[in-house]
Design a protein around this ligand. Structure first.
Ligand SMILES: NC(=O)c1ccc[n+]([C@@H]2O[C@H](COP(=O)([O-])OP(=O)(O)OC[C@H]3O[C@@H](n4cnc5c(N)ncnc54)[C@H](OP(=O)(O)O)[C@@H]3O)[C@@H](O)[C@H]2O)c1
Length: 201
């Protein structure tokens, strides 16, 4: 399959790209500043332009989307907006703008995270956005044309990310990139749609 992978050079993206390449898929690697193509997922026009340049493809796999961590009492408008415009609407943009280009029976794989089910201090925006992504995937699965499928991978914190995020996740057993990549592969290669693949440690 020809697969567009957004965030291919990130922590999750690198593991997912390696796994999909091992399976023999052709990858189009995309980042904000890295990769074969660049895109800003927050901007629907930028996403449409990316797909126009690539042409047709069989799957979109996303491993990007930012949000802010801050105590609820202190979170700023800009911090709310980051999660909404990047992690939430960025992924909606990746799905909606792909519809003219993705082939029949193609698939989308998006990413949320453990905070949808397990809130932590300073994680209100993350829980809110991850829950919204679950709702999006569960609802849009019924409306996608062309026999398209969509699933959401919801990993706990990765071992590889503990230096950056470990302080937020005290007592959480981490997973790793290879296990997260399995969930992405299950979404791309399987038959299911509207599913949330939780990856625990
Ligand atoms: N790491 C974890 O433990 C963990 C656990 C659960 C969920 N998640 C979620 O998984 C996703 C990826 O996490 P990660 O840790 O792998 O992130 P990461 O290492 O920071 O990598 C992010 C990737 O996304 C790209 N990117 C960032 N903003 C973008 C934008 N506006 N438009 C297009 N591409 C953009 C970056 O491009 P460049 O390469 O050009 O910089 C980079 O390749 C995030 O949504 C995160 O919340 C992560």
């Amino acid at each position: 399959m020809k697969i567009v992978i957004i965030g291919a050079n990130g922590t999750i993206g690198q593991s997912v790209a390696k796994r999909l390449e091992q399976e023999g898929h052709e990858l189009i690697k995309v980042g904000k500043s890295s990769g074969q193509y660049q895109v800003n997922i927050e901007d629907a026009k930028s996403v449409a332009e990316l797909y126009r340049k690539i042409g047709s493809f069989d799957a979109v796999v996303n491993a990007s989307g930012d949000l802010a961590f801050a105590p609820f009492a202190d979170i700023t408008q800009a911090q709310w907006e980051l999660g909404l415009s990047s992690k939430l609407m960025g992924q909606v943009n990746l799905v909606q703008q792909a519809l003219p280009y993705i082939r029949e029976k193609g698939s989308f794989t998006l990413v949320s995270g453990v905070l949808s089910d397990e809130p932590i201090f300073a994680g209100v925006a993350a829980t809110m956005v991850n829950k919204a992504l679950e709702g999006f995937v569960q609802a849009v699965a019924f409306e996608l044309p062309k026999g398209l499928r969509i699933n959401l991978v919801s990993p706990t914190v990765l071992e590889e990310s503990l230096p950056a995020y470990g302080a937020f996740f005290k007592g959480f057993t981490p997973t790793n990139g290879a296990r997260v990549a399995d969930a992405y592969l299950r979404s791309v290669a399987g038959i299911q749609t509207g599913r949330i693949y939780v990856v625990n440690g």
